[in-house]
Design a protein around this ligand. Structure first.
Ligand code: PHE
Length: 497
């Protein structure tokens, strides 16, 4: 049970690990296109509001449960429920979050992150130089149309993740984030500087920060709160697991505020690194998940220094991805270790293998198995009015169901069932003030807000379903486009309109 007894060796190590988890593809790949698809600044504003009002309280709750329990998410929750005399069934939140959610998301995440690794090499070898829209799309089509290549990079990325997690908290996770997070910040600043110098920075600024409130509607709200959860790594047990290794001397509420601030800051900076390039070339900010893989190579392919800065960009994405993927595997691994008495190495390989195998569904649903549409004949599973592929279904289940359901249940558990004194003791706060504010948020505000999203999100098809985050939505379109040149044209037109 190495994990359960280890502790972060310093506050900085913990902050790097937690920020590393929060800052991921969610900030650099997902946030810009979500902002692009949901009206720009209006979305950004609502998103920041949700981070502060719902995300931060849930983040504090997860870290508190972890540190009080000092075990895997499931067993930490059980321990707290025993301590407060409530049912140990609450532990199921931990299973839902870490086993189904964490490994499920890892399976998808690794496919996208593998794609990023492949693009590091493509950019560094100047493949994108002089490429136009059709060329960039053809490259995306070629990538998602070759399952062998996708499986290869998916395997490489999962293996890296397993390797780090297998080494434990101090020699694995902490070491990696301590090296990589400073590099990540540096790369991001360099890229914002480059975008300032070479792109259309002013247009990007006004796009991100001049809200048009008429653009806020139900869908924008749903997407914004979903993005807030996704970005802060909530609802998958990650922050409970990381809290378990937190020494008592570190302030949870201050750390949480810092994590939320850094996470939001990175998302905004990523927007400022990406949109100036998009605008400089008259490309579309709302082209969806392809923004990074299809639109940016066009910009990098034409700009001075594009090879160097383009490579830096994909390295940045790769770093952001690995410091997040390790945090998706850790909660499950800590539970396997405790429960099954297997070693950490064995647990990491086991969890990684599960995620790898499930990830194959994502890979093949973008090409070979694209026509196999589960349940479509029953008319049950439709996303955005279209029959859904495996990848879309997994993505939908994790980000639109597991994350909010687990967070809602945790908020109810912490707000209504865990003793107030234990919480205050763990947070090391006096009655009133910050503690009261947080307690009201976790007891009333968060459950109501999340409950509303869930009801909205589960409403029958149409406007209410925030499914744009699913990378594979785009994979499947692109895979189709490889088979028919005229469709490339069509997609190209619609994505730049
Ligand atoms: N926060 C990560 C990102 O933005 C994703 C993540 C979600 C990581 C949940 C761990 C748990 O990419």
């Amino acid at each position: 049970m190495a994990g359960a007894h280890e502790q972060w060796s310093s506050r900085l190590a913990f902050i790097f690990a937690a920020v590393g988890s929060a800052v991921g593809l969610g900030n650099i790949w997902r946030f810009p296109y979500m902002a692009g698809e949901n009206g720009g600044a209006a979305f950004v504003l609502v998103y920041i509001g949700f981070i502060a009002v719902v995300g931060l309280p849930v983040l504090i709750a997860e870290l508190t449960v972890g540190r009080r329990g000092k075990l895997s998410p499931t067993n930490s929750i059980r321990k707290l429920s025993e301590e407060s005399g409530s049912s140990s069934k609450w532990g199921w939140i931990g299973h839902l979050a870490s086993l189904t959610g964490g490994l499920g998301l890892l399976s998808l995440y690794s496919v996208i992150a593998g794609w990023v690794l492949a693009y590091i090499i493509k950019t560094a070898t100047a493949t994108f130089v002089g490429v136009d829209a059709a060329g960039a799309q053809a490259m995306v089509g070629a990538y998602v149309g070759s399952p062998g290549t996708m499986v290869f990079w998916h395997f490489i990325f999962i293996s890296l993740t397993v390797f780090v997690v297998a080494r434990g908290i101090n020699a694995g996770l902490e070491k990696v984030v301590t090296y990589l997070m400073p590099i990540l910040f540096l790369l991001l600043l360099v890229l914002v500087g480059y975008a300032m110098a070479a792109g259309n920075f002013l247009e990007a600024l006004s796009y991100l920060f001049t809200p048009d409130f008429s653009k806020i509607n139900g869908t924008v709200l749903l997407n914004a709160i979903g993005q807030a959860f996704f970005s802060l790594s909530l609802g998958l047990g990650t922050m409970i697991a990381y809290g378990a290794y937190l020494p008592k001397s570190i302030s949870i509420h201050r750390s949480a505020a810092l994590i939320a601030l850094a996470d939001t800051g990175v998302a905004l900076l990523a927007g400022l690194a990406i949109f100036p390039l998009v605008f400089a070339f008259g490309l579309s900010p709302s082209s969806g998940p392809t923004l990074i893989f299809e639109v940016l190579p066009i910009a990098f392919g034409q700009m001075p220094g594009g090879v160097v800065f383009g490579t830096m960009f994909f390295v940045l994405l790769g770093i952001a991805a690995i410091t997040s993927s390790i945090s998706m595997l850790e909660p499950a691994v800590s539970w396997f270790e405790e429960k099954q008495g297997i070693t950490r190495v064995g647990a990491a390989i086991f969890g990684g293998t599960l995620a790898f195998v499930v990830g194959l569904l994502t890979v093949f649903s973008s090409n070979e198995w694209q026509s196999i549409i589960p349940l479509a004949s029953l008319g049950v599973v439709e996303i955005n009015g279209n029959p859904a592929t495996y990848a879309e279904i997994i993505s939908f289940i994790v980000s639109n169901l597991i994350m909010p359901v687990a967070s809602l249940m945790l908020a109810i558990f912490v707000g209504w069932y865990v003793s107030r004194d234990h919480l205050r003791d763990e947070l090391d706060l006096p009655e009133g003030g910050i503690f009261e504010l947080w307690h009201v948020s976790i007891k009333y505000v968060a459950p109501v807000a999340i409950g509303v999203i869930l009801v909205w999100g589960l409403m029958p098809q149409g406007e209410g379903l925030p499914v744009e985050e699913a990378a594979p939505v785009e994979i499947s379109e692109e895979a189709q486009s490889t088979s028919d040149a005229s469709e490339i044209q069509e997609i190209s037109i619609s994505s730049t309109e």
